[in-house]
Write a protein that binds this ligand. Structure first.
Ligand code: SIN
Length: 293
């Protein structure tokens, strides 16, 4: 694992980590993310991320290079296709929606980032630049809790299945993001590559925690290898609805300069609307992940 952390001074205090009541999500204070992190801070943040899955740091003004340095403390860069990065910063995407924009928010359906890749990202990191006074939350669904709440027999059955993931629904030339260029302030780049598919286990074992998660999402999971089309469609619909029931959800409210980092290997998320008339801007990086198993 890459570490860009600094040597630790004796006086370094531990982080103030406030987990949510169910343990899914935690607020972290007591660290300045605009400065280089010490090895112990990186280790504590990493542990909090693995334990609570979605961690957030309020009040952290950060430059592009500070966001890049923070991100690289936790791994190598992920590969971000289909969306043009910020000029001069090839690993930062700008999630932007203007006050008069009519198209639905980018990321506005439940998904795990780039789950159509052979090795989808381990982490996504978002830094809030301009947050609307209403709406614009990001909702997160806990894939561990969804798996653990299933009856043992169903867990066992689902563990034998292979999900097929693809970027075709949003990012092919016929996809719902294609041809909307003039209406959207983000530059989306549809491609024939979006028709490619990847097979991933429907129940994923986390490579670091060893916990199992239900790992399907409504945007990128398009089939199940072992089932005929209609059976797969019905099962996926049921599982996607189940995985995003309110008991598994954390509704994240943003504030300016908040940094949030989540574990894509167990969490899916969905950007909410409700802020027409206001601008919303967040900067995003992803970190490389493993092949799901
Ligand atoms: C995303 O899907 O990465 C965007 C999430 C958001 O804008 O809330």
């Amino acid at each position: 694992m890459t570490s860009r952390a600094n040597e630790e001074p004796a006086s370094l205090s531990t982080l103030d980590i406030k987990p949510h009541p169910r343990g899914f999500g935690a607020a972290i204070r007591g660290v300045d993310l605009s400065q280089p992190l010490h090895a112990r801070q990186v280790a504590e943040i990493r542990q909090a991320w693995l334990t609570h899955q979605v961690i957030y740091f309020p009040d952290q003004p950060m430059s592009h290079s500070a966001l890049e340095s923070f991100s690289r403390c936790f791994g190598d860069w992920g590969d971000d296709p289909y969306v043009a990065p910020i000029e001069g910063h090839e690993h930062i995407l700008e999630i932007r929606r203007e006050p008069d924009e009519k198209v639905s928010p980018f990321g506005g359906a439940w998904h795990s980032d780039w789950s159509f890749q052979a090795c989808p990202p381990s982490a996504t990191i978002l830094h809030a630049k301009e947050v609307p006074p209403v709406g614009g939350e990001t909702w997160y669904a806990d894939g561990y809790a969804a798996y653990e709440a299933l009856p043992a027999l169903e867990q066992h059955k689902l563990e034998a299945l292979t999900a097929i993931h693809s970027a075709r629904r949003p990012y092919s030339h016929e996809g719902y993001q294609a041809g909307r260029g003039p209406e959207r302030s983000m530059r989306i780049m549809p491609s024939d590559k979006a028709y490619e598919t990847q097979r991933h286990p429907l129940i994923r074992t986390h490579p670091e925690t060893g916990r199992k998660a239900l790992w399907v999402n409504a945007v990128y999971t398009i089939g199940i290898l072992e089932l005929a089309e209609e059976g797969a469609r019905k099962l996926l619909k049921r599982l996607c609805e189940y995985a995003t029931e309110s008991r598994f959800i954390y509704r994240h409210r943003w504030s300016n300069d908040m940094l949030t980092m989540w574990d894509n290997r167990s969490v899916q998320h969905c950007a909410q609307g409700g802020y027409n008339g206001y601008r919303r801007i967040l900067h995003r990086t992803t970190l490389a992940g493993d092949r799901p198993h």
